[in-house]
Design a protein around this ligand. Structure first.
Ligand code: CP
Length: 354
């Protein structure tokens, strides 16, 4: 049996660094804290006086506010930092005099003053070099004596993944075993702008750890990184689920229990480095071929008994990715997911920062 002592001091950079049992423990702690929150039960004794430093290179509504509110509710404080207000943390070779400060220095300074450091960095903030955001987070972790929390990199969004599994668990009678055999569809959807890969990649990894039958529905240009696909296939073998790729949105949605249609970017083949994101300027040319990849009521009708749940991490492009009647409809659980960001992250912090 995993205890919070086993999790104390660990970095939270990706869900795949943890066993399924460890993930379940953090989620169950989060669910317990959710009950206390709903009952207005004071639980500020969990992390009294603790400080979480949050470095946001990119914008955020849900992540920032759920971490800030969560730390307050646990008795600590979350400190908001962003480039421009601090010297931008940079790796050797990317430094600019008077504008940046080496990650190794920032990490050691903040880890001496507080109890954890959380970081969000992807896209233009790491020059669209795939893996660079995750590399920066790992470099923070190398130098910090306190836990590092990934608030979204260019590869993973594990806090979103935890909230998504918590939400699915609630819809499966609060029983992790009942996720087994349920069909979960991560589908690409049209949007006018370049979006990160972290949510779809975590979005296929997380349910595959719970034995779900995972389908990835996307046009070929929007395939996920091969390392992620390999890991999902391994999970299917270990946890007893399955993994399928579909090239048609409607076929993907058929008989689904949960659909998670959202936009993401293109990874181009790029020499020995493997892959990198396509330049934003070529994206419209590719994306405009697939404007019909939109979630409509008719599409939701082909899910299991027409009652599949609609998921999205938010923010979303309404009218492009999805029709309002689906996003605001009875099978939409998007606000449960957003709410569970708070509770899932409180579970993570309670386990690794106590
Ligand atoms: N889903 C999510 O991470 O939302 P924010 O970008 O608002 O933090």
């Amino acid at each position: 049996m995993v205890t919070t002592e086993d999790l104390k001091g660990r970095d939270f950079l990706t869900m795949v660094d943890f066993t399924r049992e460890e993930i379940e423990t953090m989620l169950l702690v989060g669910i317990d804290l959710k009950k206390r929150f709903v009952a207005y039960e004071d639980h500020r004794h969990i992390l009294p006086g603790r400080t979480l430093f949050m470095i946001f290179y990119n914008d955020s509504l849900r992540t920032r506010n759920s971490f800030e509110a969560g730390m307050t509710q646990l008795g600590g404080h979350a400190h908001f930092l962003q480039p421009g207000a601090i010297y931008t943390p940079a790796l050797p070779g990317d430094e600019i005099a008077y504008e940046t400060e080496r990650v190794s220095d920032v990490s050691r300074v903040l880890s001496r003053m507080g109890d954890a450091i959380a970081i969000r960095i992807y896209g233009s903030k790491c020059n669209w070099i795939y893996g660079k955001g995750q590399q920066i987070q790992e470099n923070f972790a190398y130098w910090s004596k306190k836990p590092i929390i990934n608030m979204e990199s260019d590869v993973y969004h594990p806090c979103q993944g935890m909230a998504d599994i918590m939400t699915i668990y609630e819809k499966c009678s609060h029983d992790f075993n009942k996720l087994q055999g349920k069909k979960f569809v991560m589908s690409w959807a049209y949007s006018a702008g370049q979006k990160p890969m972290a949510v779809p990649q975590t979005g296929v990894l997380a349910p595959s750890m719970f034995g779900m039958d995972v389908t990835l529905a996307c046009p070929p240009e929007f395939d996920l990184h091969p390392d992620i696909i390999k890991k999902v296939e391994e999970h299917a073998d270990i946890y007893g689920g399955s993994f399928t790729i579909e090239r048609d949105m409607k076929t993907g949605f058929e008989e689904a229990d949960f659909v998670y249609p959202k936009s993401w970017g293109v990874l181009e083949a790029h020499g020995i480095e493997g892959v990198r994101p396509a330049k934003p300027e070529i994206m419209p040319e590719i994306m405009n071929k697939y404007t019909d990849w939109k979630t409509t009521t008719e599409l939701m009708d082909v899910t299991k008994k027409g009652r599949g749940y609609y998921m999205h991490c938010l923010p979303q492009d309404r009218g492009m990715e999805v029709d309002d009647e689906v996003a605001d409809g009875p099978r939409s659980i998007i606000f449960d997911q957003a709410e569970n960001r708070l509770h899932a992250q409180k579970g993570i912090m309670a386990c690794i920062m106590h």
